[in-house]
Design a protein. Structure first.
Length: 295
């Protein structure tokens, strides 16, 4: 699979290959039939996240300057796609609350659908509007392809692994101390990177790393749903939604109750995923790496 290391390739080359393949697939998504379906937009965003995770893993061998430039470039490409995704998810989040079909709830639903159509038109209706995204993505792809690693083997990926796990662990600690929406969202982003890195490394210890990846995935999903509900909550309190006070209170109560359950589950999972010191995690995976490479 393209998102996993192969035994016969050096660590740096394997990770760069993964980043390049994901960028190629994102380009294919964004240069295919137009306008793309929501699923294609979502898939392209996932490709970009996968590529950014691979670059994060290879940061030690790419160098900080190249990593920072390409990470920023891919984040900029993904930003308008995220607008489309958020507009779509707000509709889905409201449906998931299973509220009674009161008239003003239905108006909110129609407002969210109208917003979804507006965002899609702004970002996707004209292929020319998306041309800068494709150009930026192609340029990033060429720069990654021309990169020359300065480290090899575990030295190329070990520091990135440790750094990513440490960032997720700190995000967990910050969210435990004060579970604000921003802190939970930042924790979710770091956990997503960690999940993607575990998937890349899975061949070195398939059973063990699949278990760890599944745990990180569940944690990321809980935090992702929490963020989606935060976005819906903000929209529901805006004056333009014109909800009756009683209906708004019901919507917010349902959102807050669901968020409380999600955060409770996330904290329990976080205690499992981030229970180890980053240095110990890297050492343990390094031993697995050596055994895998010598087999």
């Amino acid at each position: 699979m393209t998102r996993r290391l192969r035994r016969g390739r050096p660590g740096s080359q394997g990770v760069e290959r993964i980043a390049g393949r994901e960028l190629d697939k994102a380009l294919k998504d964004l240069t295919g039939d137009w306008p793309p379906e929501d699923e294609v937009v979502h898939r392209a965003r996932k490709r970009l996240k996968n590529a950014r995770s691979a670059l994060r893993l290879a940061r030690a061998t790419l160098g900080d300057d190249l990593y920072q430039r390409e990470n920023q470039a891919l984040r900029d490409v993904a930003r308008p796609l995220s607008e489309v995704r958020d507009a779509t998810v707000m509709v889905q989040s409201l449906e998931g609350l299973e509220l009674n079909g009161a008239g003003d709830v239905e108006r909110l639903r129609e407002q969210l659908r109208a917003n979804q159509r507006r965002v899609r038109r702004k970002v996707l209706a004209d292929r020319r509007a998306a041309a800068p995204l494709v150009i930026a993505l192609r340029e990033s792809r060429r720069r990654v392809d021309r990169a020359r690693p300065v480290r090899h083997g575990w030295a190329a990926i070990g520091p990135g692994l440790r750094r990513t796990y440490r960032a997720g662990r700190r995000g967990f600690a910050a969210a435990q101390k004060s579970p604000t929406a921003d802190r939970l969202h930042e924790w979710r982003k770091q956990t997503k990177y960690w999940w993607n890195i575990l998937r890349i490394l899975e061949p070195i210890a398939p059973r063990a790393l699949k278990k760890l990846a599944d745990q990180a995935h569940r944690l990321s999903d809980h935090l992702g749903e929490d963020h989606d509900l935060v976005v819906l909550r903000r929209r529901s309190t805006e004056p333009r939604t014109a909800l009756m006070p009683s209906t708004r209170a019901a919507v917010l109560e349902r959102i807050d109750r669901r968020r409380e359950a999600l955060q409770k589950s996330a904290m329990a999972l976080g205690a499992i995923v981030y229970q180890h010191r980053p240095r110990n995690v890297e050492r343990r995976l390094h031993r697995r790496w050596r055994a895998w490479r010598s087999a």
